[in-house]
Design a protein around this ligand. Structure first.
Ligand code: H2B
Length: 96
């Protein structure tokens, strides 16, 4: 289903309830950096996110080194941040 990208002011307003996320205007994304105790914790978290993302058919861009996970959310089909990214960010916060 087609979804429209959100205007920047709306993204910033929504991020007030997602304080660990920030908006990267150049990348048209919202981003969060997480650090875990070790690789097992980081990868366990990524596995939970992956299952949720696959169910929602909405997938993160992410980077992992040992205990660090950098996440970038954007909707490729819309060319920017949509409600799907906000929903996934909220789900990710629940796993973090
Ligand atoms: N994930 C993200 N982040 N953006 C998308 O536009 C997107 C996706 N599109 N996951 C989905 C898959 C699309 O390619 C499939 C065909 O539904």
């Amino acid at each position: 289903m087609k979804i429209d990208k959100l205007p920047e002011d709306q993204i910033l307003a929504m991020l007030r309830s997602l304080p660990d996320w920030s908006y990267d205007g150049a990348a048209q994304s919202i981003i969060r950096h997480l650090t875990f105790a070790d690789f097992a914790q980081a990868f366990g978290f990524m596995t939970r996110v992956a299952i949720c993302a696959e169910k929602a058919d909405h997938h993160p861009e992410w980077f992992n080194v040992y205990n660090r996970v950098d996440i970038k959310l954007t909707t490729h089909d819309a060319g920017g941040v949509t409600q799907r990214d906000i929903d996934l960010a909220r789900a990710i916060d629940g796993f973090a």
